[in-house]
Design a protein around this ligand. Structure first.
Ligand SMILES: Cc1cc2nc3c(=O)[nH]c(=O)nc-3n(C[C@H](O)[C@H](O)[C@H](O)COP(=O)(O)O)c2cc1C
Length: 192
């Protein structure tokens, strides 16, 4: 079975640019033999967190959360696409992440950061790494930073720079390696 990879994206702005980066990640993961699923915070339209998924009685959680729980339980890894607002994590992404916890455990994550400027969301990537560690899906070493996100892709997520794809092969190969490794390890059982 192909590696199952939810791709979490958290900008809910009307004029959002990062969705093109998220589409690139989805398209690219397919090329590496994975089965990605875009989890778009705008589409899920979750309110600011009141109750986490696990705080609902069995079968009583909103349908959207049940859908995400099912997707996350089947996941082999999580691709986290983060923009940078005021040198920090986008609130839409943090809110999306905070709804769940145990569903993330024992899987690797990979950080794709972006911004409208030159630094490619590097400062948000540092913060997101800490958060993902706490959520039980530690991030792989490599980060894929995307500068000038507005012009880096067309609307379908195709990179404007023909060399962009080959420059990021190591990132995707590393992510796939960790997903395969932890899938094999999870099959033997998990510590708790
Ligand atoms: C509230 C806000 C804060 C921002 N802060 C930063 C920042 O700290 N560093 C940066 O490089 N770009 C910053 N930007 C520019 C964003 O990188 C750029 O607008 C990007 O397209 C935002 O992602 P989105 O369009 O997917 O929402 C900021 C944008 C917004 C809306």
């Amino acid at each position: 079975m192909a590696l199952q990879v939810p791709v979490l994206f958290g900008s809910v702005r009307t004029e959002r640019r990062g969705i093109k980066a998220a589409r690139f990640v989805v398209n690219e993961l397919k090329k590496y033999g994975c089965e990605p699923a875009l989890v778009d915070a705008k589409q899920y339209d979750l309110p600011l967190l009141d109750k986490m998924y696990k705080e609902y009685d069995a079968g009583k959680a909103p349908v959207r959360l049940e859908e995400l729980a099912k997707l996350y339980r089947a996941a082999d890894g999580f691709a986290i696409v983060t923009g940078e607002y005021n040198h920090g994590v986008q609130p839409g992404l943090k809110n999306l992440l905070d709804y769940f916890l145990e569903e993330y455990y024992w899987r690797p994550s990979a950080i794709i950061s972006y911004s409208g400027g030159y630094f490619g969301g590097a400062r948000a990537a540092v913060q997101v790494r800490e958060i993902l560690g706490e959520l039980g899906m530690p991030a792989i070493s490599s980060v894929l930073p995307i500068a000038n996100v507005g012009s880096a892709f067309d609307d379908a997520g195709e990179p404007s720079d023909p060399k962009f794809r080959s420059r990021n092969e190591d990132f995707f190969n590393e992510f796939v390696w960790y997903m395969e490794a932890l899938r094999a390890q999870r099959a033997k059982g998990v510590p708790y």
